[in-house]
Design a protein around this ligand. Structure first.
Ligand code: DGL
Length: 260
């Protein structure tokens, strides 16, 4: 399996922000991108049903594609099922993506940090535990956004996004207290970095928008089994659980070097 593709799994197109970084660090590897878009967005799913769905799906993916490693560039999935996946498939390495609360707590100067994520990630015990463990000296605001992931997908496909809608979703991240202001916003959904420019433009003051994509790719590289032969030629592939993607999505993923 060490020669199998690096599998990246997300509910939709957000994991492409991590694929970009993974390609830079692992240029000799083949990648398989899996979008569970039949279930997009994950943010509003009931936990038990989503857990069962993802664990079952991975059984099929591992059997069919024999990946060398599985990356889950999706906070909403990782904060829920990482432990279950490791228990169900003990021979496989899983690299998760969880809110970058520890680096944010280390970097903040004002002590006011916001975590922008899907409603699912915001309510997870995993996220709350990260705050207790790493950020007890800071004031952390969890901001659940219902619409941002879908806005990012629309923007990717159509090149247009309503800036007012982006501003409405990000506004609760900005807190002022006793002369201090939020100085870090953790982008705890892999879709959000695609909207980072719009977020910057519509922010009431400058903050550091923390995107952990590169750190996730580094972690995967450190766990990747070494290759015994050369990777097969040909383009990297993408699989969509909802079936063949539309023309706009096909064109988009081609830009990321993927074929459906
Ligand atoms: N990209 C995802 C994340 O990192 C989830 C988006 C969604 O399906 O709601 O959380």
């Amino acid at each position: 399996m060490s020669d199998g593709p690096v599998l990246l799994f997300d509910s939709g197109l957000g994991g492409l922000t991590v694929l970009r970084e993974a390609r830079v660090l692992m240029p000799e590897r083949r990648f398989l991108y899996v979008a569970d878009n039949a279930a997009f967005p994950y943010g509003n799913w009931e936990e038990e049903a989503l857990r069962d769905r993802i664990v079952t799906l991975f059984g099929r993916l591992i059997e069919e594609h024999r990946p060398s490693i599985c990356m889950i560039p999706c906070n909403t999935a990782s904060t829920l099922v990482l432990g279950d996946l490791r228990a169900a498939y003990p021979g496989m390495s899983f690299v998760g993506t969880v809110p970058a609360i520890k680096p944010a707590a280390e970097r903040t100067r004002s002590g006011l940090v916001s975590v922008l994520a899907t409603p699912g990630t915001v309510k997870r015990q995993y996220t709350r535990d990260l705050i207790t463990q790493w950020a007890s000296k800071c004031e952390v605001h969890l901001v659940g956004s219902v619409h941002l992931a879908a806005l990012a997908e629309d923007y990717l496909r159509n090149g247009f996004v309503d800036e007012n809608a982006v501003q409405t979703e990000t506004a609760p991240c900005f807190i002022e207290r006793d002369g201090r202001r939020t100085d870090i916003v953790v982008l705890a959904c892999t879709h959000y970095p695609f909207l980072a420019n719009r977020m910057r433009k519509t922010a009431p003051w400058p903050v550091d928008w923390l995107d952990p994509a590169e750190a996730i790719a580094r972690r995967a590289l450190s766990l990747l089994p070494s290759q015994s032969g050369e990777a097969p030629d040909g383009p990297d592939r993408a699989i969509f659980t909802a079936g063949a993607p539309d023309a706009a999505t096909r064109a988009l993923i081609r830009g990321f070097g993927l074929r459906a």
